[in-house]
Ligand binder design. Sequence first.
Ligand SMILES: [Zn+2]
Length: 176
Amino acid sequence: MKQPPNLQEIQEAMRPGRLSQTGFLGTDPRPLGDILAEDDATVRRLGLSHEALADRMAYFREKGVAGLGVPVDVPPHFEVRVDGVRGRMPCPFRHPGLYPKVFCQVKNLRTRETITFSDLQIHMIGAHGFYEGRGSAYRLEPETLIRVLEVSPAESSFNTPLHEAPGGAPSDSPRE
Ligand SMILES: [Zn+2]
């Protein structure tokens, strides 16, 4: 599918060796516009927003930072560790400013799953709905984020549509 020139340029900048060594797209052959559209559809289908996911990620990052590299218990059943390395990264969507290379690892002790994300990823998800391309080592599947971080739809949305219920009970959905 054809995409606007600015998205095309952003996609070029996401290739390996441009803004980062590994790039942002992995082996994903799709145009950036399609990657964004598909993840957007997934998040909406689950009754959530990119902002809600980013807020939840920022919440854990905030809790974990107090540990200065040592895991911090976050009720009810999370363990969070925040680590930083030297350097900063620019947003590939060309926002001014640089994001420190701070990584937040969240372990869900109930599901025994762990995910790791960076400050830049919190920004890219919240501001751009970008979770990286498939095959990228850093790709964050929206479903995985939602499950591991236990992101729930905003309590302010009164009209939860009944037909939006995802298949199966949320806590017992089989994996794989
Ligand atoms: Zn940005």
